[in-house]
Design a protein around this ligand. Structure first.
Ligand SMILES: *[C@@H]1O[C@H](CO)[C@@H](O)[C@H](O)[C@H]1NC(C)=O
Ligand SMILES: *[C@@H]1O[C@H](CO)[C@@H](O)[C@H](O)[C@H]1NC(C)=O
Ligand SMILES: *[C@@H]1O[C@H](CO)[C@@H](O)[C@H](O)[C@H]1NC(C)=O
Ligand SMILES: *[C@@H]1O[C@H](CO)[C@@H](O)[C@H](O)[C@H]1NC(C)=O
Ligand SMILES: *[C@@H]1O[C@H](CO)[C@@H](O)[C@H](O)[C@H]1NC(C)=O
Ligand SMILES: *[C@@H]1O[C@H](CO)[C@@H](O)[C@H](O)[C@H]1NC(C)=O
Length: 905
């Protein structure tokens, strides 16, 4: 609203009073306006103007009484100009044949304290030769009537010049013909309701009347209020009149010329409503018009003495209408034709509207058949109206300054100074401080406002910070002056502006196992930035791709960890560490508002381990090795390159028993490891100055031993056949390796050395060539070696004293033996199962081969005695070998061994 209002004001003058020393130059313009002349002087600002008339090189000061007597009036206009109205027939005019009238003025400007006195001279000659027989001028301070002089008709000589024989008919003046020279005006008779009042011309002049005698005309002038004038109401309008008869004498001749003027007064002829001034002027102003036939020939309206045409009147919404009795003039209050005048009463500001309308009539009357030109300058002042001063705060806190508008003032008010809590600044001081004070005037209200800007940074502005806001406040008092009257007044104001501290947008984010989640919260200035994700701008299509969502305060998006805009920082055993960089950019300055990075570990599926021993690995280019060409990466065996690659990754597929893969046994697991890097030959070629670190990506697979993941082993050339030592004698013992725990199928002897997966091994030991059902086969000790030699080290004890080795985490499991087609005497068999991992030493790679050995005891199964023959692990608490071996029950001792079983993990 404030802005709209401001726009409608036009800039009139830029702080005329800001620098009093540099007043605008005074303009002086004289203009002839029919039977008067107007001199415009100004703008006066606060100066006082003295007007003097120059005659015979002497300056005669025009006092109010001289003005009324001699036909001068002085007014002001909207712009602070003085308007001096001068009757062409003023007392001091140089008159050439009643056609050319010259008046010279001396203007003395008494400045305010800042300026020197200035004196100007102006002279103007006006031509006016269309005199009507009678011309009447009404101004606020005088009435003037000018009549054509006529030759005396057969007027009787009066016995005494001061006592004309009979009262003359005022209308007779119009019947006169031009008078001869030589007649001298001696006496003026004033007609008032109280009677006639003769007065010598000298005496009349001394009483303030103006009486002039030009070659063809007689001019009479009376101050508006004079003893010999009188009020009379004409069709309800009060008017002031003066009526005279002037007696001219020449020798013994005497003649007289009647002259009368009548002028309206404001009280009773002007009616003011809220918006309109209505002025009623009687059409026929008896007693200066005859009651006979009256013809109004012309009506002109003007402002400040200057006629306006119909178009102009309409534009200004002036209307002049005639009705039966009146000429009705309507004027809008506040229009440009007039101006407001300021008043201060008890600290309150008032204005009254002043306007100087002019009506100019031309009429004839049948009775005299002579024309009268009647011109009235009317001075209308409305009553004082309160105009409470208003300070409109147009501050836009973002502009970091107070903007205010103080108004509305009449044009006659100047802003002199501004008082702040700590100091008083004059207008030049304010300018120097950068307060930018301007005056703006409304084109159609004739009122003005002052606008002022005070930057928040100025010391006059108080600042208080806290709770995310800064409060700026300003106390000021405007020192104002009504120029004409030098009346001072002031207006206090307090302004406050709350500025939200600037909060920058903020970014937060997090991850789950698959995505980055980014939330951007707008700052105090809303969504006024651009966003980059990684190295790209967040375009609408990218936004769509990343599930962009927004509301009034936030936006969010989701970036998969494998997206192009994500940077890979590191690849770890089971995860990949990736980072997402978000930058908010001010699009105007291209500067960064906010930077945000979130890095997360994402569970990696970069390395996959398949049960069949196939490993796959995805090698991603890392941020730290920007120059890396992934296609050049290889596994530990440089002949193993990626199966496919691009500039961001290389993908490897290989078997765990190839490409230089190493393995390790750990508790319950087996670890296969390889490494992806640049082959040495490429590393050598790399520039020695390159700062790029080397790329080494360790990849590994854990196989859970418990779940018996199958892993392929290398095969070796086969060996001859399984064999058993000490196989001589009747009792022959054989050890076999079953394919599964059903013990139906066995490795063929020609399969050795056999390759085994990480499966349990199922052994069977059988007593051959015996049909004695009372004989049983018992396993006393079983162990494994790497060498064929059963006494070699290292050894793994599988069964000791018939029992599974208690120190072995993967203890041997016995399987019962039942009679079937193959098994006739179950006591001749023993079956057990061992986990291959029992051979892990936890530190080193397993040997590539394994031999299993057993000490076998053949017992008499009917013997109920303890010891080994008492049943396999029947008495695990035995502590000594001697107790254990009860030889009497033993038919014999056998030894069986099997191998090699190859484990090329
Ligand atoms: C000015 O001078 C003229 C002649 O020089 C004289 O007639 C006239 O009276 C003088 N007027 C005044 C006002 O002194
Ligand atoms: C000023 O004049 C314009 C156009 O003539 C008009 O629209 C506007 O309402 C006027 N303003 C006032 C305050 O009278
Ligand atoms: C400020 O201006 C006011 C009004 O014109 C005046 O009364 C007052 O003396 C001035 N103050 C100073 C310090 O000039
Ligand atoms: C906008 O979204 C943010 C984040 O989802 C939420 O915290 C906030 O309440 C939302 N605001 C509105 C106005 O919906
Ligand atoms: C191993 O298993 C994977 C997944 O089932 C399969 O893609 C691959 O071809 C297999 N490799 C071999 C050598 O059989
Ligand atoms: C494997 O089996 C052993 C013995 O039964 C057990 O202690 C261990 O926790 C198992 N390991 C896994 C990984 O299940």
């Amino acid at each position: 609203m404030g802005h709209l209002l401001l726009l409608r004001w036009i800039l009139l003058l830029v702080a005329a009073n800001i620098e009093a020393q540099r007043k605008p130059p005074i303009n002086i313009r004289a203009k002839c306006l029919g039977n008067i002349m107007r001199v415009e002087v100004g703008p006066l600002g606060g100066s006082l103007l003295d007007v003097a008339v120059i005659m015979n090189n002497t300056a005669i000061v025009v006092t109010p009484s001289i003005a009324a007597q001699c036909g001068f009036s002085m007014k002001r206009d909207l712009f602070g100009n003085a308007l001096i109205y001068i009757s062409l027939q003023n007392c001091f005019a140089q008159n050439v044949d009643d056609e050319l009238f010259t008046t010279a003025l001396q203007l003395r400007l008494q400045g305010n304290q800042f300026s020197q006195e200035e004196v100007y001279q102006v002279a103007e000659t006006c031509q006016y030769d269309v005199w009507a027989s009678r011309e009447v001028i009404c101004d606020y301070n005088y009435m003037e009537v000018s009549v054509r002089r006529a030759t005396p008709e057969d007027l009787p000589l009066s016995g005494h010049p001061l006592h004309p024989s009979k009262p003359s008919n005022p209308h007779r003046a119009a019947e006169k013909r031009s008078m001869d020279a030589g007649f001298e005006a001696t006496t003026v008779v004033f007609f008032t309701p109280e009677g006639e009042k003769p007065m010598s011309v000298i005496a009349a002049q001394q009483r303030g009347y103006g009486i002039g005698n030009t070659p063809t005309r007689l001019v009479l002038r009376s101050p508006m209020i004079a003893p010999e004038t009188f009020m009379q109401t004409v069709v309800g309008v009060p008017m002031r009149f003066f009526k005279t008869s002037t007696i001219f004498e020449k020798k013994w001749f005497a003649t007289q010329i009647d002259a009368a003027a009548g002028c309206p007064v404001q009280e009773g002829s002007v009616f003011v409503t809220q918006n309109t001034i209505t002025w009623y002027l009687p059409q026929q102003m008896d007693p200066i018009t005859s009651s006979g036939q009256f013809n109004l020939l012309e009506v002109h309206f003007g402002i400040n003495g200057q006629r306006l045409d119909a178009v102009e009147m309409q534009a200004r919404e002036y209307s002049v209408t005639l009705n039966d009795f009146y000429i009705v003039t309507e004027l809008p209050i506040g229009g440009v034709g007039g101006y407001y005048k300021s008043h201060v009463q008890g600290d309150l500001y008032y204005v009254s509207y002043m306007i100087e309308p002019m009506l100019e009539l031309l009429w004839t009357e049948d009775a005299t058949r002579e024309q009268t030109r009647y011109k009235v300058f009317f001075h209308i002042a409305t009553h004082l109206r309160p105009r409470p001063l208003e300070l409109i705060d147009n501050t836009v806190p973002g502009e970091k300054m107070f903007r205010m508008m103080l108004g509305h003032f009449a044009a006659d008010v100047a802003l002199m100074n501004i008082t702040f809590p700590a100091e008083v600044l004059s207008m030049p001081d304010c300018s120097a401080r950068g307060f930018n004070i301007l005056e703006h005037m409304s084109p159609n209200t004739s009122l003005k406002v002052f606008t002022l800007q005070v930057p928040f940074a100025d010391p006059a502005v108080l600042q208080q910070t806290g709770e995310g806001v800064t409060v700026y406040s300003l106390h000021l008092t405007f020192g104002l002056l009504i120029l004409d009257e030098h009346v001072t007044f002031s207006h206090k104001a307090y302004l406050k502006a709350v500025v939200q501290d600037i909060v920058l947008p903020s970014v937060s984010g997090g991850c789950d196992n698959h995505n980055f989640y980014v939330l951007v919260k707008y700052g105090s200035q809303g969504y006024n930035f651009q966003t980059t994700v990684g190295k790209r701008y967040m375009t609408p299509s990218l936004a769509q791709h990343y599930e962009y969502m927004e509301n009034r305060t936030h936006f969010s998006f989701v970036v998969p960890f494998s997206a192009l805009d994500v940077t890979v920082e590191a690849i770890e055993a089971s995860s990949i560490r990736s980072r997402l960089d978000i930058v908010l950019i001010n699009p105007e300055t291209n500067s960064q508002i906010q930077e945000f990075s979130v890095a997360c570990n994402f569970p990696s599926t970069l390395t996959e381990c398949f049960p069949n021993g196939t490993m796959t690995a995805l090698a991603l280019k890392l941020e730290s090795v920007p120059l890396l060409n992934p296609s050049q990466l290889t596994l530990a065996d440089p002949s193993c390159g990626p199966v496919h690659s691009d500039d961001r990754y290389a993908f490897f597929v290989f078997a765990v028993n190839s490409c230089g893969t190493t393995r390790k046994f750990m508790t319950n697991t087996m670890l296969y490891e390889n490494e992806i890097s640049l082959p040495d030959e490429l590393l050598m070629k790399k520039s020695p100055t390159s700062e790029e670190p080397e790329y080494h990506l360790k990849i590994s697979c854990f196989y859970d031993i418990n779940t018996s993941q199958a892993v392929a082993f290398n095969t070796r050339p086969r060996r001859s056949k399984p064999y058993a030592e000490n196989s001589e004698g009747q009792l022959q013992v054989v050890m076999r390796l079953a394919l599964d725990d059903s013990y139906h199928a066995f490795q063929n002897s020609e399969d050795y050395p056999i390759a085994k997966y990480l499966q349990p091994l199922y052994f069977e030991v059988e007593l051959l060539k015996s049909t004695n059902p009372l004989v049983s086969l018992e396993l006393e000790n079983c162990w494994a070696t790497q060498e064929e030699d059963g006494t070699s080290e290292p050894r793994w004890h599988l069964i000791t004293d018939g029992c599974p080795n208690p120190a072995d985490p993967y203890q041997v499991v016995y399987h019962p033996v039942w009679t079937d087609t193959r098994v006739r005497y179950p006591s001749h068999f023993k079956r057990f199962e061992i986990q291959m991992f029992a051979f892990a030493d936890g530190k080193n790679d397993m040997s590539t081969k394994l031999f299993v050995h057993c000490d076998v005891v053949i017992c008499n199964s009917k013997s109920p005695l303890g010891g080994i023959c008492g049943g396999q692990c029947s008495n695990p608490k035995r502590t000594t070998k001697d107790q254990k071996r009860d030889v009497s029950q033993v038919y014999g001792f056998e030894y069986a061994s099997l191998g090699p079983i190859r484990f090329n993990f």
